[in-house]
Design a protein around this ligand. Structure first.
Ligand SMILES: NC(=O)CC[C@H](N)C(=O)O
Length: 202
């Protein structure tokens, strides 16, 4: 049996534990990443939901922003949910002052686009590449994607707005599959990391 891929969850702020659980259920060896040395050890990374301005500031403070950008540039698979999606955007339409992103997907995102906390909702979302019917999307002060560049593939749309995008091995969803107990989106990401690791070790 091949070894499980090692997937980190960026553990600066946000729903880290839920992602660790979902990744483990999807067949990965999952652990938190807070330091550059920990980032260097993983085959793939999840950036969780939370507050993108806080995650951005802490990433700079912890000396992780440049190492994150470097690993994404090198092709390490990354999956961002909600605030994590914002972290992977080439551009934020309405950033807070000083808010930076890692980048990785040629897209423009709008923060809190689906409304405030009390307008959070769940909806069935068809995600290209995920078999077996729609996933239950949990949207919590979720961003949507205003537009994508030529290199980015739209994987899901909800209410006329783009809510899942993939560019190469960088994946992002507006919603939170880690909160539903349905691990198919994490399964898709674990497969991406497996394929990346197999290609790297050739
Ligand atoms: N659930 C979430 O991750 C919310 C994201 C948050 N609105 C932000 O801008 O970062």
């Amino acid at each position: 049996m091949t070894e499980a891929p090692v997937i980190g969850v960026l553990a600066l702020q946000g729903d880290v534990r839920e992602h660790l659980t979902a990744l483990a259920a999807a067949g990965a060896a999952a652990g938190p990443v807070r330091r550059p040395e920990e980032l260097a050890e993983v085959d793939g990374l999840v950036i969780p939901g939370g507050e993108s301005t806080t995650i951005s500031k802490l990433a700079v403070l912890f000396g992780l922003m440049e190492p994150l950008r470097a690993r994404v540039r090198d092709g390490m698979p990354v999956y961002g949910t909600c605030a994590g999606m914002i972290m992977l955007a080439g551009k934020i339409l309405d950033p807070r002052s000083g808010q930076e992103t890692v980048g990785g997907i040629d897209m423009i995102v709008r923060r809190n686009a689906f409304g405030r906390q009390n307008e959070s909702f769940e909806a069935a979302v068809d995600v290209r590449g995920v078999e077996g019917g729609p996933v239950e999307g949990v949207f919590i002060r979720a961003p949507w994607v205003e537009s994508v560049g030529a290199g980015a593939e739209v994987l899901a749309v909800h209410g006329g707005h783009i809510v899942a995008v993939r560019q190469g091995d960088t994946l992002a969803t507006s919603f939170h599959p880690e909160l539903t107990g349905d691990h198919r989106v994490h399964g898709l990401f674990v497969d991406m990391v497996r394929a990346y690791r197999a290609a790297e070790s050739l």
